[in-house]
Ligand binder design. Structure first.
Ligand code: GP9
Ligand code: MN
Length: 425
C-alpha cells in the first residue's frame, strides 16, 4: 500500500531543492529538445589525447563554446541495466535497481516521466535507436514512460556496408534520422541513442581517424578510435540539424550513458593516465560522463564544476521548458540552482560530495584523492568516531531506499500529480 508515501514525500520536499528560480527557468519554453544518449562516452576522453592526437575534437570545441554548458563533474548512476538505467534515471529522476534492470522488472509500473509531463504542455516525444525494439524491453517501457513514437531498427536501412559491431553505424544513423525528425510535430522531445562506441569497440579501417592506444588491453586500445568516430557523428548531426532548419528552435542535450571501460582494464588505464594504479577513488572519478546543454543563440555558457549526475536532468530540463516541479517527488535537483544538496549518490551506495569521495568503504578527500586520516588524538579518545563520510553516507542510503520503495511497491499508483501551473488558476 501507499503507507510509505508521506515519509518519502516529506523527504523529497525538504531534502531535495525543487526551487525553480534557476537562472535558466523558461529559457527553452516551447523549443524542441534533442537529447543524445551517447554510448559509453566517458569524461576522461574530453580534452585528452592519444598518440598525440585529440580524441574528441568536436566535444572539446563545445566545452569552449558560449552557447554550451559543460558539466565536468557529472556522474552516471547506472548499475546492471546499463543504457536502460541511464534512460530510466533521465526520464524519472529516480534511481535504477541495485540488481537487474528496472526496464525489465518494473515496466508495468505507474510513472510520471518527462514525456508524459511535457505532453500536457503540447510536446510530442520520440526515441531513435537502431537496435531491436525489444532490447532492454524498450518497447514496453517506452509506453509506460509516455513516449509517443519509437523508431527502432526497422525504421532504418541497415546493411553490411553501413554497420559494424552492434549494428548501424552512428553516422548513417543520424543521417537517416533527419527525415523522421523533420516529420515530428513541434515542439518535440526526441532522444537519440548511439551505438558504435560500444564494447568491444569495433570499427572499420575506413572510419578510423586516429590510431588505437597501445597497452595490454585491446578494449582500452580500441576505445579511442570509436570515441572519435562517434564524436565526428555528433558534429555531422549538428550540421544536418542546421541544414534541416531544426537547429535554431531546439536545445541539444548530450549525455554519456555509463563507463565503457570496466575495472578489468585498470592496469591499462593506469598506464594511459600515467598513474601507479587505479584506486577505488580513481575508479569512482572515472565514472564521470560528459554532459552538455547546448542552447543556440545563448551566450552565457560555461564549464560547470559542481558535483552533479543523471538524477538532475529531469528537473533541469523541465525548468528550462518553464515547467515547475514542486510536487513531482524527484531525487535530483536543477543543475543551475545555487543551493544544491552537495552530493551525488552512486547506485552501489558510494557517493561523491564537494569534499569527499566515498568508495569501497573508504572515505577519500575529493581534492587530493588520499584516504581521510583519522585524527590520531581523537581516535585514541573515541576509537569508534565516525569518519567524515558517515553523515552523507546515511543520507545516500535513505535516498536510495526511498527510491526503491517507490519502484518496488509501485507507489506512484497512489499519487495524483497535479501540475502547479493548473492548481494556481
Ligand atoms: C543496446 C544499447 C547498448 O540497445 O543501448 O546497451 P548497453 O549494453 O550499453 O546497455
Ligand atoms: Mn550503453
Amino acid at each position: 500500500d501507499g503507507n510509505d508515501l508521506p515519509e518519502i514525500e516529506e523527504f523529497t520536499q525538504t531534502q531535495v531543492n525543487s526551487d525553480s528560480n534557476a537562472e535558466l527557468f523558461g529559457i527553452a519554453e516551447d523549443k524542441n529538445v534533442i537529447f543524445i544518449n551517447v554510448e559509453s562516452m566517458q569524461s576522461f576522453l574530453i580534452n585528452n589525447e592519444v598518440n598525440g592526437k585529440e580524441v574528441t575534437p568536436f566535444m572539446n570545441s563545445l566545452v569552449e563554446d558560449d552557447s554550451t554548458y559543460y558539466f565536468e563533474n557529472f556522474y552516471h548512476q547506472t548499475q546492471q541495466g546499463k543504457t536502460s538505467d541511464s534512460e530510466f534515471i533521465t526520464e524519472n529522476s529516480l534511481y535504477p535497481s541495485s540488481r537487474g534492470a528496472v526496464f525489465f522488472t518494473h515496466a508495468q509500473n505507474e510513472y510520471h516521466a518527462m514525456p508524459e509531463i511535457i505532453k500536457e504542455e503540447g510536446y510530442t516525444s520520440s526515441v531513435f535507436h537502431a537496435n531491436n525494439k525489444s532490447f532492454w524491453n524498450r518497447d514496453q517501457m517506452y509506453d509506460s514512460l509516455g513516449f509517443d513514437h519509437f523508431y527502432g531498427e526497422d525504421a532504418y536501412e541497415v546493411n553490411e556496408g553501413n554497420s559494424v559491431g552492434w549494428g548501424l553505424k552512428d553516422k548513417p544513423f543520424f543521417e537517416q534520422s533527419i527525415k523522421y525528425l523533420q516529420s515530428q510535430e513541434e515542439p518535440f522531445y526526441s532522444k537519440f541513442i548511439t551505438l558504435t562506441h560500444h564494447f568491444p569497440f569495433e570499427l572499420d579501417e575506413e572510419d578510423r581517424s586516429i590510431d588505437p592506444y597501445d597497452s595490454n588491453s585491446n578494449t582500452l586500445n580500441n576505445f579511442f578510435p570509436t570515441a572519435r568516430y562517434t564524436d565526428e557523428s555528433l558534429e555531422e548531426f549538428f550540421s544536418k540539424l542546421k541544414q534541416a532548419g531544426l537547429y535554431e528552435d531546439s536545445i541539444i542535450v548530450m549525455m554519456g550513458d555509463h563507463n565503457g571501460i570496466s575495472e578489468n582494464h585498470n592496469k591499462a588505464m593506469a598506464q594511459y593516465l600515467d598513474k601507479d594504479e587505479i584506486t577505488p577513488y580513481d575508479f569512482t572519478q572515472l565514472q564521470r560522463v560528459p554532459f552538455f546543454i547546448h542552447i543556440p543563440g545563448h551566450d552565457k555558457g560555461k564549464v560547470m564544476s559542481k558535483v552533479s549526475g543523471q538524477i538532475d536532468i529531469k528537473p533541469t530540463i523541465l525548468h528550462m521548458l518553464g515547467i515547475e516541479t514542486d510536487n513531482n517527488m524527484l531525487f535530483g535537483e536543477d543543475l543551475f540552482i545555487k543551493d544544491r544538496k552537495g552530493y551525488i549518490a552512486l547506485r552501489n551506495g558510494d557517493f561523491i560530495s564537494e569534499e569527499y569521495v566515498s568508495a569501497g568503504g573508504v572515505c577519500y578527500d575529493r581534492e587530493s584523492g588520499d584516504p581521510v586520516e583519522e585524527d590520531s588524538n581523537n581516535a585514541l579518545v573515541q576509537p569508534e568516531r565516525d569518519d567524515p563520510c558517515t553523515p552523507t553516507k546515511e543520507k545516500v542510503e535513505k535516498e536510495l531506499g526511498y527510491s526503491d520503495n517507490i519502484i518496488y511497491s509501485d507507489l506512484f499508483r497512489f499519487v495524483d500529480f497535479v501540475e502547479d501551473n493548473e492548481t494556481e488558476n
